[in-house]
Design a binder for this molecule. Structure first.
Ligand SMILES: [Zn+2]
Length: 236
């Protein structure tokens, strides 16, 4: 087996992280320069993340920033996203996580503003999130508080998404693409459950149904059995 030099690996991840940001605008999850995607560099204490304050149309692979897992700049012409410390905290404490996404997508952030979990009342939520999308603590930027809140809420949870109270969603995944998908699906179900609540009271799905749906979707549905377990791909 040939081992790819670290510079080539970082170049590949810069391109991947850059491309994934297009989903945030495509699905209406971000406004102006808000929001960010990061990916862990496999086998290294490094991550690639969006630069701070650069508009989405101006993002290029070269503009992405490489940081260590303390959030310090390692390589890049821009300063890293202001959320870098929160992403880094997640990578330090959740070794199974290889991608982190943060947005202020409007419907998910509306639930965060209320401090209410999104109730799991539709099969699509059971599939993707295995239950409610939980609320994390209120935390100010500038310390480890946001990262700690993400980790403490999601560790042991089946949900790849947390709504940080009065802030917005953070999502995680075994790949950066999976974390982006979780951010897209989080906003989708946040909108649907908002609409449902305008029509009347919400009935959560029974736990047994949620468990069966989650298990089937995660283990049987689609291409998971072939794609998700191919260690060479790193994509879901
Ligand atoms: Zn934010």
């Amino acid at each position: 087996m040939t081992v790819m030099p670290i510079s080539q690996t970082i170049a590949r991840i810069r391109a991947e992280v850059c491309d994934l940001h297009a989903h945030l605008t495509r699905w209406g999850l971000v406004t102006w320069t808000a929001g960010n995607v990061s990916a862990r560099v496999p086998g290294e204490d490094l991550m690639v993340i969006k630069p701070s304050g650069v508009e989405y149309d101006s993002l290029t692979p070269e503009a992405m920033v490489v940081c260590d897992l303390d959030g310090a700049l390692v390589e890049g012409e821009h300063s890293p996203s202001s959320d870098t410390a929160s992403h880094a905290y997640v990578y330090r404490h959740m070794p199974e996580v290889n991608g982190v996404v943060h947005t202020h997508s409007p419907y998910a952030t509306a639930w965060a503003a209320l401090g209410e979990p999104i109730p799991c009342a539709i099969t699509a939520m059971a599939d993707e999130f295995g239950g409610d999308i939980p609320i994390g603590p209120f935390a100010l930027i500038g310390s480890d508080d946001i990262g700690r809140g993400i980790v403490e809420t999601l560790r042991g949870s089946r949900s790849p998404a947390v709504l940080m109270r009065q802030h917005g969603p953070f999502t995680i995944g075994p790949t950066a693409k999976a974390a982006v998908k979780a951010a897209v699906m989080c906003e989708d179900v946040a909108r649907t459950m908002h609409l449902a609540r305008q029509l009347g009271p919400i009935d959560r799905l029974p736990t047994t149904a949620v468990d069966r749906l989650f298990d089937r979707y995660q283990n049987v549905y689609g291409q998971h059995l072939t794609e998700g377990r191919n260690p060479m791909e790193g994509q879901q």
